[in-house]
Design a protein. Structure first.
Length: 208
């Protein structure tokens, strides 16, 4: 089971100063990966964090460890955002809002996940495959609540929705149209709503 915020479940609690250094490295890595891509030098990450390279390597022995920790942290944030949406808004809106956040996550982290999977020092301490589990769990929860509220079609699955969002992210990765991904997601969400099914039924009846 993966520990929250990208920490290995088997690691002993860190001292306050060590934990502070670890968080500084993670924050610097998030910024550096976003700006320069997953192949940015670890020396640059350490410089941005204000720590020595030895400190970085004590917490993250390989690039894969650091990439995996950043991914796990971002997935943890994504799932907490889903729980907050579920607690504060209508079920249909919570599902739609979280899928929009998932789209942003998928687009922003494509290179990060690819870099992790292709790294020759691939680590088992942060298995990316396990990151799929909390995402699917949140999708299951939000879809089930939307279906119970009559806001989503009963024949749609959470796997359908996640595949749709990831597909949109991949299809628009190199698009010059900055709004295309949002438009495609809006079209997909229109097809998920119950009123879309009713509308198609009325249209079929009118033609018959």
């Amino acid at each position: 089971m993966m520990a929250s915020r990208g920490e290995p479940a088997t690691e002993r609690p860190l001292r306050v100063d060590a934990r502070r250094n670890r968080e500084r490295v993670l924050a610097a890595a998030r910024e550096a990966f976003d700006r320069f891509g997953p192949q940015v030098s670890l020396a640059e990450v350490a410089r941005r964090a204000g720590v020595g390279q030895g400190t970085l390597y004590r917490h993250f022995p390989t690039r894969a460890d650091l990439l995996g920790a950043v991914l796990a942290d971002r997935i943890d944030v994504l799932c907490r955002q889903g729980a907050e949406l579920a607690a504060t808004g209508p079920a249909g809106g919570a599902l739609a809002g979280w899928l929009r956040l998932l789209l942003v996550h998928a687009r922003v982290n494509q290179g990060l996940a690819g870099g992790y999977l292709s790294d020759t020092g691939l680590s088992e301490r942060y298995p990316v495959a396990d990151c799929h589990v909390p995402i699917m769990g949140m999708a299951d929860r939000l879809l089930a609540e939307a279906q119970q509220a009559g806001a989503a079609r009963m024949d749609v699955t959470s796997e359908d929705l996640v595949h749709l969002v990831v597909g949109i992210a991949l299809a628009t990765a190199r698009s010059a149209d900055v709004d295309q991904a949002d438009r495609l997601l809006a079209l997909a969400l229109d097809g998920v709503r119950v009123d879309a099914v009713a509308g198609r039924s009325r249209s079929t009846e009118a033609r018959s």
